[in-house]
Design a protein. Sequence first.
Lengths: 504, 954
Amino acid sequence: MMSHWIAAPVLLPAIMGALIVLLMRNDLLLQRVFSLVASFALLAVSLALLIAASTEAPEVYRLGDWPAPFGIVLVLDRLSAMMVLLTAVLAVCVLLYTIGTNWDARGRHFHALFQFQLMGICGAFLTGDAFNLFVFFEVLLIASYGLMIHAGGKDRLRAGVQYVAFNLVGSSLFLFALAAIYSITGTLNIADLAVKAAALSEGDAALFRVAAVMLMMVFAIKGALVPLQFWLPGTYSNAPGPVAALFAVMTKIGAYSVIRFGVLVLPPSHPITGTLIADLMLPAALLTLIIGALGILGATTLSRLAAFAAVASMGTAFIAISAFTPASISAALYYIVHSTLAGAALFLIVDLVVDRRAHDSLRDALPPIAQAGLISALFMVSAIATAGMPPLSGFIGKLLVLDALRDSAALIWSVILVTSLIMIVGFARAGSTLFWKAHASAPEGDAPHHPAQALAFVAVGLLLAGLVGLTVLAGPVIDWIEGTSAGLFDTSAYINANQLPEVK
Amino acid sequence: MSLALIAALPFLGALLPGLMIRAGKNACALVTGSVTALALLMLGLNAPAVLRGEVVQTRIEWIPSLGLNANFFLDGLGLLFAGLILGIGLLIILYARFYLAKSDPMGQFYTYLMLFQGAMVGIVLSDNILLLLVFWELTSLSSFLLIGYWKHLPEGRQGARMALTVTGGGGLAMIAGMLILGNIAGSYDLSVILQNKEAIQASDWYLPALILILLGCFTKSAQFPFHFWLPHAMAAPTPVSAYLHSATMVKAGLFLMARMWPVLSGTPEWFYIVATTGLITMVMAAKIALFKDDLKALLAFSTVSHLGLITMLLGFGTAEAATVAVFHIINHATFKAALFMSAGIVDHEAHTRDLKRLGGLRTLMPITFTIVTIASLSMAGIPPLNGFLSKELMLEEAAHTAWMANPWLIGVLATIGALFSVAYSFRFIAHAFLGPVRSDYPAKPHDPGFGLWAAPALLACLVILIGLFPMLTAAWLVNAAASAVTGAPVAVKITHWHGLYAPALWMSLAAIGGGLMALGLHPRLMALWTATPRPEAKRIFDGLMEPFATLAGRIANGLHDGALTRYIAIGTLAIAAVCYYAFDTGTHAIGTRDLMPVPPVPALGWLSLVLATLAIVIFHRNRLLTLVLVGIVGLMVSVGFAYFSAPDLALTQISVEVATIILMLLALNFLPKATPVESAPLRRTWDGAIAVIAGVGIAALAYALMTRDPAFQAISDFHITNSKPGGGGTNIVNVILVDFRGYDTFGEIIVLGIAALVIFALTEALLRAGPANDRLLAWKPDQRRAGDRHPMMLVVATRVILPIALMVGFFIFLRGHNEPGGGFIAGLIVAIALVMQYMASGFAWTAARQKVDYHALIACGVLIAAATGIGAWFNGLPFLTSAFGYFTIWPLEEFELATALLFDIGVFLTVLGAVMLALASLSRIGLRAGETVNTQPFDIDPSEGRTLNSEEAR
């Protein structure tokens, strides 16, 4: 059955974004209401899609009714449904926070850009076409740039330029990669690519390998894999808090794409690329984790600490991905869900703190902030989650990763565990400076004042509740994810869904 | 369920104190205590079964696929520890109620304490080693909060971090160890692992697993060389020290060694690592304890020493030694907790715990003195107290154990340890309580209220009772626990008198005699101690941590310092290197396509392209010139498209060029006209080399790709075949854009729309009060302005061109489906035509005469495109499915109408709106920078010879 609902996660925010621009651009309240309604609708739709995808084989939606590989198709499988749902959950929380803290009033067009950003993210997760993926990368890049420089300011604009410049390198590389792939295989549909790439002749090997690594490096830029991670710390630490929180899912698009192409088109069993991708990815991922952990320990500001935590989480995710086994991909997927929620929560909490402090530095202690008790508790919880300490999902995710990679335990386990310690120390130092040392320098007298912002705390609470849910329900969640991973490795299901014509 | 509930109760109870503190301190303590008491009661209900030798189990599935399940079991060892944790926990809650000052947030304290309690109970009840790890790290986290409870004290913060670093780190090592262990045994359930001794000890992974697990145990139980964190954790409030750092948390490591004893012990590795570490720790810490003046520091090192003692006993690997270890765990918990609480009382009342400032408290604090005396004598191993019993047994075991075939080494060292133990125990009594009453106490000491001394007094009673009637009071528990540790039934016989021939008697006497002598010589020994240099643990720890943190910051922040050129240089080099590697390691067949001939005219075009590009590199500091050169490049690219039979691309490219160059020229108006020199020549050469590498690489790739045929029939053949019959248009490029891949176009027009919105939002941000706005307000044109900025000739010409341009746009739009053209190009053409009007008479003048909101244009464009696509749903077809038909209306010829045309209108509007919104945004900047608003379409009316637009009009 062809269900138009598959296109809804793209069309809904696109239309809502346009409507906001057309009808509501001068009224913030209207924008808030409809942006929120659209996000909740997206949540409902993506939940329905997830339920549908859980029980059925991958489903293809042929845009323009053109058959694959000639037209563009959307493919709904468990993986894409999961990522879209994750995006929707994050969107609702981030939006609540934004409204609760009035961030959306600090510049123009926040809600329109937010909706377009959601459109870009959902589009990237749903598409079954490599060139269309490029288009949606562009949508989310330009929208994220707009969100990133929301409210302006010198540092933010400068970081924004760096973000766009580095990612335009990625866009160019993406075009080169697509041109090379199309030139070699004559197709852009991902399923068709999987079929044809496996049947390439020996003489095409070298060029196809180049195309493959180019494509993967595009995703590595999005996923902030060393040495292509440079854009991330500056961008995330200078972006408005809620935007940085939304960006928690942007790096995951890189990881998602690596999984999608790495399992379907360029598996380690591929006659031409073989373990080329995996071999290059593992050391890079280990370095990413190390750099992220060092950054957490050596962070000069709280925002940078959160940004490096994002780098570290991508390192862990890519370590798991690089093995390309069903178990390692399940571990990666669980960790991706966890780290998206945890990373977003951390950025929101950082924003709560920074908003209440005169400056963002971790070097000097400042007097206690308003609502310090609650915020410090939230910080502790998110730090535990981010560093992968028990009992939250970060620990389970890390255990899954360790368990899935037991074959090369000595190196990988040492890196993961030692960096965990570095992260714990980093978070402990930061937290103790922020929330404890403050009391040593506290002037007696007036308690600091700040509006309560209940909605903002609700948003953070929801994200953390998500982590708790992910922990308590880890059994069923992991079962489901293992099913997803198994489905991914059963590549024929995805390919058959595309109903490709017989190769002559 | 009941075991899980026992572990869960303290966690649930942790929620209460924070709330109940509103009802007062007593209510808060009472509620907290009741929760613990309830858990203790539930434990007690399970006790009879355990004492009968049964194992109580609760199994809850959590993550079966990982083997991490909420499985709990209660055997003798678990019962002993859970009883200690909950029982002493109850006393601590009572004690803390009266210990904490008015200003201390008590609710918080009890919350942390309950979290800790839950974690500890969890450890000792876990039947799953992964679950145990969860609780294990939770104790590190909750103790972090407890040690740092007095937030304002730097020692508290540093001590908390040090404890977390050491114990948390050990816990991480243990994760690896446990995973290995689980891998060998095939299950993470303790009940399974404990049955697999042979398999585990035979495995190659035994030693790594052992070391990693022991790292966790040793760090937690403060064994040498990880003992240093414990004394610093004493910055915590005394109830915390008494609970965590003597009775419970530090015993977690011992618990785990005891728990794993059946599978890990009995090997030489186990013996030499565990027993040796324990022995060293015992002797070394006992010696240090003797020289500590701070009561809590003395007790802290004494604790380390006793933990070493128990570790050593477990390390011996014999059932007898393990039994003694279990017995000493009980005894140590009773007397040490009592001593810590007493030290807290002294501190509380005398406001100091420095032995140098104390003395003579015997008469001032008789109750405390009695408690301390009983507990200290027990610690010293003086009969008939419980400490004596277990110490005798320990010495007996030590005397019978050989180390590297040396039969007396352990015995002698153990005696020396006991000697120090006697010395510091007596020193506690003598230097704090005996001697003359002083007049210079910081506060007038007196015995505290009943609430504060009740708990230690109760423990002191236990010390005596166990000491006098060990078989009645403790043997059953020791038996149950020791049976669980050793895996075989144990029936212990504890007596005070082992006969004259027992070596322990003489060792004990030597220890007591030597200890008293050491105390007598204490001033001299102290002088010697102060004179000898020794490593200061905190300084070493900080000396390692601080430089490491600094280094970490240097690396991470140095790499990410905002130097975009370096970022891109490294990224580009990495990409190039990886691509080269990928190419080099694959086989490559040279392409077979023939090269096309190069006629002179195209060669000239190519040459100008290359020259213009090179000129950009050379003259890029002159921004205006650069824009002109970019224009040339764009033009040549368009010509190239046309030459290679891509008229649509050529048209698009050229109109894009015109629109963007105009916008960039307008923007350049407000920018410096020259790029400053920012890098040294060497750097530029280096960057140039990287650029050349990347460029050559891409050129080589393009060459290789274009000189070969695709491996498979490309999908474009389908497009060529189906363009007319399926898409209704003969211009395949356009049909691809609006039909085959209309979805891509849908995305791309949104990109364009977003870009315009971002430009608008960015402009708004610049124009708000702030430095950028100030600069604009103070802006002085840096170039001479034209005398006639809106010349009449230009105005007239553009007016004439406008209808023609609009007609061309309309024509290009309509023909798009079959001939080169389409909505995108038409949008740009119309935009350029409009832009010319604005240029001719100024933006504001023109905008006042055609009131279209460009936001609306963009939004309508996107909505029309979306609506066209959605329209297909009503025919039951997917998004963007096109329909077309042929119609004849007299007198026209037959013509085609396609829904794709509607879609193209959406494209047209979005493109137009986006360009115009960008222009509008730039003009807003201009207005803020002092641009005048025209009142007339042109500045100078030649017929009247006067200026129409005055400069002042704003």
